[in-house]
Design a protein around this ligand. Structure first.
Ligand code: GUN
Length: 286
């Protein structure tokens, strides 16, 4: 079997076109969705990420502001900026890019963001909403994975999903989203003694570890759907995921490539969340 690729660029384009259309419709009602992106310090990867986020807003014609601060900014000053954005009616989404400098308590900053504007879905209130099935914001990367599964018309009910990785921003929320769609979910992690014993049982595998070749062909049941959240570099400096793409492609039914898979979906879902926040703000007015 040669797996079909799930093309994250193509799916992103489709969803972003819909976001642009919905944004135009909201503007016609007098409301422009707005995202504030806050970057503290000069982490080179973060600079690329925030540039891409702002560019995506511009392309879909959302309002966006990029606030850049020196790495020496105090925690108190950052908390004051977040509070000002919480109270800014032009801003519907607030994203404080991580990592933050070591002298700033990142969790404290995240908890200072109004849950109504937490388009990253990192606030404890957002995590609680996801856990209990209440309205909130879902973290963008696992949310993007769910859209990719939906895009192939795959019904998760009664299927066995194995998530490799237990981070707060991918593994744990991913498991909850799959559970919400009635999958039976296993979370594997660095202390799992026999990862292969679990993955061989899986109809769906999400690899979100940050290590190359965590998943190889011998670990995959024929016909499984494989999503690769990893972003690593190989010896030649080439971008690659957590999955041995060439090997696993011979066994799986669907697979996401790296690059061009889950990556572009993360920013797309940030736009979706920002638009959704603006829609909620509008309906709260009426
Ligand atoms: N750093 C790396 N990825 C992310 C993300 O999705 N959101 C934020 N705020 N920081 C990040």
């Amino acid at each position: 079997m040669t797996a079909q690729r799930i093309d994250g660029n193509a799916l992103s384009q489709q969803i972003r076109a819909q976001v642009a259309a919905d944004t135009a419709a909201l503007k016609a009602q007098g409301l422009t969705p707005g995202l504030a992106v806050v970057l503290v310090g000069d982490n080179p990867a973060s600079q690329v990420y925030v540039r891409n986020k702002v560019k995506a807003c511009q392309d879909a014609e959302l309002h966006s502001v990029l606030e850049k601060y020196e790495a020496t900014m105090s925690e108190a000053d950052l908390l004051a900026r977040v509070e000002a954005l919480n109270n800014d009616p032009q801003i519907h989404g607030i994203l404080v890019q991580l990592p933050l400098p070591a002298h700033i308590d990142a969790q404290k900053v995240i908890e200072a963001i109004s849950p109504a504007k937490d388009v990253d879905g990192f606030h404890i209130a957002s995590a609680g909403a996801l856990m209990t099935g209440m309205p909130g914001f879902w973290p963008c990367t696992p949310y993007g994975c769910m859209k990719m599964i939906e895009s192939i018309g795959y019904d998760l009910r009664g299927k066995h999903a194995v998530v490799i990785g237990r981070s707060n921003i991918v593994g744990k929320p991913m498991a909850l989203m799959l559970l919400q769609q009635n999958a039976t979910v296993t979370i594997c992690h660095s202390a799992t003694p026999d990862l292969k014993a679990h993955t061989l049982q899986a109809d769906v595998i999400v690899a979100a570890v940050g290590k190359r070749n965590v998943l190889t062909a011998d670990m995959v049941k024929p016909g499984a759907v494989v999503l690769d959240v990893g972003m690593n570099r190989n010896e030649e400096g080439k971008l690659c995921g957590d999955v041995d793409f060439d090997g696993v492609s011979q066994v799986a039914s669907f697979i996401t490539p790296v690059p061009g898979g889950v990556g572009p979906m993360t920013i797309t879902m940030l736009l979706v969340n920002t638009l959704e926040s603006a829609k909620r703000a509008l309906s709260a007015e009426h």
